[in-house]
Design a protein around this ligand. Structure first.
Ligand code: HEM
Length: 239
């Protein structure tokens, strides 16, 4: 997320379709607040001609609003949508794809409004995502499973279960590099710089499985380019 793409997104227009009509996020994130249905705007997204658009599923945006509302209240959701100057005023559908830059703008607006550092905001959001998403696959996250087995299989989980719901999602990859009884090292690669979010998701999984962990990241590089190495250390020996 450290990469601010804003100044680069200027030179050309690519037509961009957000999918079916959008549910206004206020209706989705704040039931009972009398949210309205607002159609998504079809305004083009302005992109740098040589930069592929990095997209994110609408589901992640609606989760983000639900998380912000739970932590900071519904007015904060309205405030960050306004501050982020989104082309469609915060209307997202779960299965639509939207420019990642919009998430950058929203998260930046939240850090500015709350004074919380970016990694803190992203990690808390990651834990929220896990807690919300675990219901999709309770058997995969059965509490009898070892956290390391779950994490070693996360690419396969994304590519099978998540792909069924979101066939065109741009998903990260987590490649196991080393494992012993106490430590698992995962190589995290993504077109989005969201390592702190990954730490939050892993923390959520660890809490769900009652296997507390210490987490640490380090930059790494191989022939395929730079990536992030995530060290997961069990605080209690595996039972
Ligand atoms: C321990 C388990 C999991 C980990 C570590 C994990 C990690 C992540 C991370 C870090 C991202 C952010 C995008 C990126 O880095 O490129 C992501 C995206 C995503 N994950 Fe997972 N995830 C896990 C479980 C799940 C589950 C249970 C679901 C169930 C639906 C899920 C669905 C998704 C979806 C839909 C995206 C959005 C991709 C996008 O549009 O950018 N993940 N995951």
């Amino acid at each position: 997320m450290a990469t601010r793409m804003g100044p680069l997104l200027l030179l050309t227009c690519l037509s961009y379709r957000a999918g079916p009509p959008a549910v206004h996020v206020k209706a989705a994130a704040a039931p009972g607040r009398g949210g309205t249905l607002t159609p998504a705007s079809r305004r083009p997204v302005i992109l740098h001609p040589f930069r592929r658009m990095v997209a994110m599923k609408g589901r992640v945006f609606t989760e983000f609003f639900a998380h912000v509302e739970a932590c900071h209240g519904a007015d904060m959701v309205d405030d960050i949508i306004e501050a982020a100057r989104l082309p469609h005023h915060g209307a997202y559908t779960s299965t639509g794809s939207y420019p990642f830059q919009e998430m950058v703008s929203l998260v930046t607006a939240l850090t500015e409004a709350t004074g919380q550092p970016l990694p803190v905001v992203l990690e808390a959001f990651g834990t929220h995502c896990f807690e919300s998403w675990v219901g999709y696959a309770p058997q995969y996250f059965a509490t009898s499973r070892s956290l390391f087995d779950v994490l070693e299989g996360i690419d396969q989980f994304h590519e099978t279960e998540v792909r069924k719901l979101y066939p065109d999602a741009e998903l990260p990859s987590f490649v196991p590099e080393r494992r012993d009884g106490r430590t698992l090292v995962l190589g995290y690669r993504s077109c989005k710089p969201l390592a702190p979010l990954a730490l939050g998701v892993i923390r959520g999984a660890a809490a769900h499985l009652s296997q507390p962990v210490a987490l640490r990241c380090e930059p790494a590089e191989d022939a395929r380019g730079p990536y992030t190495r995530i060290h997961v250390e069990l605080l209690r020996p595996a039972g």
